[in-house]
Design a protein around this ligand. Structure first.
Ligand SMILES: Cc1cc2nc3c(=O)[nH]c(=O)nc-3n(C[C@H](O)[C@H](O)[C@H](O)COP(=O)(O)O)c2cc1C
Length: 203
């Protein structure tokens, strides 16, 4: 590597990105990030590429008592999707949001009628923003993980969280203070995903 790369100020930022790792809910305790840190994370999300400046990013913060209400929504959603779900399974679903001090519903407000920006690009922008949000929280010393569930596609859940049925919920971000034994997984070799394209001679 170019020796000067070690000296560049941005190198520390990249090292921080390389250290990011998800923290499972069972290793997330209080406190939740401060409003200032959440605003910083949201500001980082707003730096994601955004074709047409449609600003699709939405982050709904669910903390304190509101987590129990979210649990109720999740259990109702599961009961709709699986009418045979046992009471124990429904209780598990209801308790999920209580596992971390903060749950963030990461969503995308989508324009389905845009003449030049397809929906998938808006979803990609929202996902990129969500990753920036997670990276910022991690860099500030918080723990987080991006989880999904069938409830993300439930129009009633979307509506209850302030989204239109035509919007997208990308995931549940569980956020808190990481326990010391948080995972530090080994990562693949970056050379595995780098390719140098060699154009074939035109015949
Ligand atoms: C859109 C999305 C949905 C995910 N949903 C789940 C999930 O429901 N359950 C799960 O265990 N991991 C899920 N993951 C993966 C975790 O967020 C995380 O990446 C994984 O635990 C590996 O940890 P790492 O991020 O440190 O590599 C999801 C990731 C993405 C991008």
């Amino acid at each position: 590597m170019d020796a000067s790369a070690e000296m560049r100020p941005g190198r520390a930022l990249v090292e921080r990105l390389l250290a990011r790792a998800s923290v499972p809910p069972r290793l997330l305790g209080p406190p939740a990030p401060s409003p200032e840190d959440l605003a910083l994370a949201a500001a980082a999300a707003l730096r994601a590429p955004d074709h047409g400046r449609l600003r699709p990013w939405r982050f709904v913060l669910i903390a304190g008592e509101a987590r129990a209400a979210l649990g109720g929504l999740l259990a109702e959603s599961l009961a709709r999707r699986d009418p045979d779900a046992s009471p124990e399974r429904l209780d598990l679903e209801r308790a999920k949001p209580l596992r971390a001090p903060l749950v963030v519903a990461a969503g995308a407000a989508l324009r389905h009628d845009h003449p030049s920006v397809p929906v998938w690009e808006q979803q990609a922008s929202a996902a990129a923003g969500t990753m920036n949000f997670l990276n910022a929280l991690d860099a500030l010393g918080h723990g987080a993980i991006w989880l999904s569930s069938g409830a993300l596609e439930d129009a009633a859940v979307k509506r209850a969280l302030g989204f239109a049925a035509s919007d997208m919920l990308l995931g549940w971000l569980y956020v808190g203070t990481p326990a010391p034994e948080r995972p530090r997984p080994a990562r693949p070799d970056p050379q595995d995903v780098l390719r140098i394209w060699t154009p074939q001679a035109m015949s």
